[in-house]
Design a protein around this ligand. Structure first.
Ligand SMILES: Nc1ncnc2c1ncn2[C@@H]1O[C@H](COP(=O)(O)OP(=O)(O)O)[C@@H](O)[C@H]1O
Ligand SMILES: [Mg+2]
Length: 589
């Protein structure tokens, strides 16, 4: 059902009286001269609007009507509205807007009451504008983020909940991160909605960690874009960060810095924020406010005074301090201002939504150094995870995600979400490949080595399987690579294993492709697999930093040390599992 004012709508009759009185007063010289005008009116959910087109007299009429609450003008017209009108230019029209008396106001508009435009791609139905048209909000290059400001009770939390509830139905396309400056009282009810990346962050520490995760993801996406172009992230979900009463956590320098980066850099990475606050201050958002530039999209709810209004609206008009509260809002998108009655979503409705475990059961810890001004050094994984990843990567066939998860759980480690696990697989497989190129091999002290098929053999087996080589061709390849030519039974086993490994790679979305050019290391992946592999070699050989650094391209002292320390952790952990890295015997000339 679409709510549309009809001609016998009592609000419309009410509004018509005012319009006629105004037009006749202007025609009769209320503005000092006779002003001819065209007029129309709109009966919105919370306010009535009269639009006047008066041509060159616009400035004069505007001054007359907006000066001192239009007290003078109102003596001459029947002004039945409670409270003051808002008078401003809307394009070439003078717009006179006044709230309905309570009995006429329409304050409870539900999702089911509005006509449903096709939404998706991170967009949601926000409410109805003054013409009864459904207003959809979302993100674009022009509007990468939204600032929402309004006093207590104005409807910020309800608006955020509405956005989250609808976006949770687009879980594949949109991922949600919720932070709540009111310690969970506002957004806590959103926990475990489909699409939520992790828990609702309800204190400063969790907020820092959640924003840290967002920042890591942002860097990862920039890395993908640098390496492969923008198309590389087109299929990744938009990430929408909902931050209620964010001023509560902005005292914290880390939250502030991470929020600043999210606003400044999120756009290109398809990462967006809706920031809601009851204290829109000039310091944070005014002319020189560092956050202002990236917050062009505004949702201004009722604020307490004109100063706050100027900050939230980004202009002196329209005046958000004249809004009526409880979801009465201006939605301000470049080029458009709508007076919107926002949808009402109550807790009972939210309780009915489906729920599922978020991808992350806890936000990974971030430390300030992880996003300092220095080149960032970020270990998304701890040493134990990397050790198990490496063990899995060197099994034959290499472990897939499922097997890796089992191993991590069996080792008493926290079970990572699927995306995290996939990235771990990817990282450690690359590391294993680099190790093997450098002729190192991960050996288990428990399994007999002699008969084991080694990495290089397995790789050739995979190539053989991919190319359907016969035994003869395989032998040649072994000779070419300087490897001992296997007997026929062993050759068959190598090809079988190669086939299995290939299948498992394919299943995990990998392909075996001929090596054509040097890969450029991902500029934003803090350590590349080659560095990790070299550090591991250094750790296993007991080298000090100097010997280690000699094997590397120039690397800063601190970064080098950090890398080496980390590699030692991995080594120790591997040793606990009875693994060690050894140089292989069969080294080609
Ligand atoms: N869109 C809306 N439509 C109708 N009533 C609303 C709407 N938004 C808020 N309200 C009313 O105002 C109350 C306070 O809203 P809330 O979102 O908690 O405000 P805030 O977070 O700005 O303090 C709600 O409990 C509800 O009764
Ligand atoms: Mg609130």
């Amino acid at each position: 059902m679409k709510l549309q004012p009809t001609s016998n709508d009592p609000r419309r009759l009410f509004l018509e009286q005012t319009r006629k009185a105004l037009v006749s007063a202007l025609t009769q010289g209320l503005a000092g001269e006779a002003v001819a005008c065209q007029s129309s009116c709109i009966a919105g959910p919370r306010a009535g609007v009269v639009l006047l087109q008066v041509g060159v007299a616009a400035a004069k009429v505007l001054r007359l009507l907006s000066g001192d609450n239009a007290a003078i003008a109102r003596q001459f017209i029947a002004w039945n509205f409670p409270g003051d009108p808002a008078v401003f230019m809307s394009g070439k029209l003078i717009r006179i807007e006044a709230p309905w008396p309570d009995a006429l106001a329409q304050t409870q508009i539900r999702y089911r009451d509005v006509s449903h435009h096709p939404v998706g791609d991170g967009r949601w139905v926000a409410g109805l504008n003054e013409r009864g048209t459904t207003i959809v909000l979302g993100f674009s290059d022009n509007v990468p983020h939204l600032l929402m400001g309004g006093t207590t009770g104005s409807g910020k939390t309800v608006a955020l909940r509405n956005a989250a509830a609808q976006l949770s139905h687009q879980a594949g396309e949109t991922a949600l991160v919720a932070l709540d400056g009111k310690y969970g009282a506002g957004l806590g009810i959103l926990s475990n909605l489909p699409g939520m990346v992790g828990p609702v962050a309800s204190d400063v520490r969790q907020a820092t960690n959640a924003l840290g995760w967002v920042h890591t993801e942002l860097q990862r996406r920039y890395g993908l874009i640098t390496a492969q172009g923008e198309a590389a992230i087109a299929h990744l979900p938009r990430i929408v960060v909902l931050f209620d009463e964010f001023q509560e956590f902005m005292e914290d320098p880390h939250v502030r810095e991470l929020t600043r980066r999210l606003l400044a850099q999120g756009r290109a990475a398809r990462i967006h924020a809706i920031l809601a606050t009851q204290h829109p201050t000039v310091e944070a958002f005014g002319e020189n406010g560092s956050l202002k530039r990236n917050l062009v999209g505004r949702l201004a709810l009722r604020v307490t005074d004109q100063d706050a209004s100027r900050v939230v609206v980004g202009d002196s008009l329209p005046r958000a301090d004249r809004l009526m509260g409880r979801g009465d809002a201006y939605a301000i998108i470049p080029g458009h201002i709508h007076r919107v009655q926002l949808l009402l979503v109550d807790e009972a409705e939210l309780q009915l939504l489906p729920r599922e475990e978020p991808r992350l059961r806890a936000w990974p810890e971030v430390r300030p150094a992880d996003y300092g001004q220095e080149p960032t050094v970020h270990w998304a994984y701890n040493g134990s995870e990397l050790a198990w990843g490496l063990i899995g990567a060197t099994q034959m066939p290499p472990w897939g995600r499922q097997r890796l998860l089992q191993a991590l759980e069996a080792a008493g480690l926290e079970r990572p979400g699927s995306e995290r696990a996939d990235r771990l697989l990817e990282l450690t497989r690359e590391t294993a490949a680099v190790l093997s190129e450098a002729h190192y091999q991960l050996l288990s002290a428990e399994s007999p080595v002699a008969d084991e098929i080694n990495q290089q053999e397995l790789l050739l087996g995979m190539v053989a399987a991919a190319n359907d080589w016969g035994r003869q061709r395989l032998r040649q390849a072994f000779e070419g690579a300087g490897l001992a030519v296997p007997g026929s039974e062993r050759a068959d086993r190598i090809v079988d294993l190669g086939e299995a490994a290939l299948a498992s790679l394919t299943q995990s979305g990998y392909r075996l492709v001929p090596h054509t050019e040097d890969e450029t290391p991902d500029g934003n992946e803090p350590y590349d697999p080659a560095e990790v592999a070299k550090a591991l070699i250094a750790a296993f050989n007991g080298w000090g930093r100097d010997a280690f650094v000699k094997t590397m391209a120039p690397i800063g002292n601190e970064r080098g040390m950090q890398l080496l320390r980390f590699a030692r952790q991995i080594r120790d952990r591997l040793a606990e599992e009875n693994y060690q890295i050894q140089k292989t015997e069969s080294e080609p000339e």
